[in-house]
Design a protein around this ligand. Structure first.
Ligand SMILES: [Zn+2]
Length: 324
């Protein structure tokens, strides 16, 4: 754990963002950010409950990660995080997250700052932004800051992450899940392309009695592996935009939740495809699967395409391959 904290310290202080934000995140890690719970414990007469949801004590991990408001911001951000695991502290959570992201992606500290700033505006000014607005604000701060600090005369373009074709001879499977919590409906979208970005196959499938994002993402991974396997493909690079799901499958830790059988299914399917890989990818690289997953909520059961892609994703497929 000591090494993890050292990596965390290095990552925070090397993050591509203003110093005040690094200080804010470091105070959160050090458990000294003045949350309502922190102030209450120190004798300040303040309601320790979270201002945004009113259902939990406002500790640092809650306000930045576990609160429904914060969760919605993370989900709306380019990371597309869906929180389900229960870290014991904000520091432990950030250590876990660090495992799954590159140094360049550590700009996520900008999102932490945006959530904290929104919480302060809510508290002190009574103003309220939507989770989407907070996610967009964080992205625009990051882009402004990066532009302002780019070295002149050297061409440094800030390109958003983009879908990448797999190596020659490989197939890439993108999967995604979508939810309609009110109806308990979940849908998955799967797209398979070859190393030139050519469409190979796709499918959508709808499930009932699904209420959690982690559940539908796990079903999406299983469907992706099943489709690849049923087509006789073995050199498969499967990408999913839920970091939690990828980490949970790869960690092989025993899981006692109601999803444990599905985790076992995913691991068994992976083990039957020894050349297959599973990795996390930004939502920006997962547009085709995302569209299909959304669409699947409105159709019955299962639809499958081979060779000719559905019209719904033709634009995204072309864009991914620089054809537009
Ligand atoms: Zn809350």
């Amino acid at each position: 754990m000591g090494n993890d904290y050292t990596r965390l310290r290095v990552a925070v202080w090397n993050a591509n963002c203003p110093g005040k934000i690094k200080h804010c995140v470091w105070r959160a890690i050090s458990d000294i950010l003045p949350t309502r719970s922190y102030l209450s414990k120190r004798g300040v007469k303040v309601d320790p409950q979270c201002l945004a949801c009113g259902t939990s004590v406002e500790i640092i991990f809650h306000v930045l990660c576990a609160c429904p408001f914060a969760k919605a911001v993370w989900f709306g951000s380019k990371f597309g995080f869906r929180f389900s695991h229960h870290a014991s502290s904000f520091k432990d959570w950030l250590c876990d997250v660090l495992v799954g992201i590159s140094k360049a992606e550590f700009c996520l500290v900008m999102i932490l700052w945006a959530i904290w700033k929104e919480r302060n505006s809510h508290l002190w000014e009574g103003s309220r932004a939507s989770p989407d607005q907070v996610a967009i604000l964080a992205a625009s701060w990051l882009s402004d800051y990066t532009m302002a600090n780019s070295v002149p005369h050297i061409q440094r373009s800030i390109r958003p992450p983009k879908w990448q074709p797999p190596p020659d001879g490989w197939f890439k499977i993108n999967v995604d899940g979508a939810l309609n919590c009110a109806l308990g409906l979940g849908g998955v979208g799967v797209v398979i392309r070859d190393s030139r970005g050519n469409f190979v196959s796709a499918c959508i499938k709808r499930f009932t009695s699904v209420f959690q994002a982690d559940h539908i993402e796990l079903l999406a991974v299983c469907e992706g592996l099943r489709l690849g396997s049923s087509l006789g493909l073995s050199w498969l690079a499967l990408e999913c935009d839920s970091l939690n799901t990828v980490q949970a499958i790869l960690s092989r830790n025993p899981d006692s939740s109601f999803l444990c059988h599905l985790f076992e299914d995913a691991r068994t399917l992976l083990s039957q495809l020894p050349e297959a890989t599973l990795s996390h990818v930004s939502r920006l690289c997962n547009g085709a699967a995302h569209r299909l997953a959304r669409f699947s909520l409105s159709v019955n059961d299962f639809v499958f395409w081979l060779e000719d892609p559905p019209v719904l994703i033709q634009y995204v497929l072309s864009k991914d391959c620089n054809l537009l």
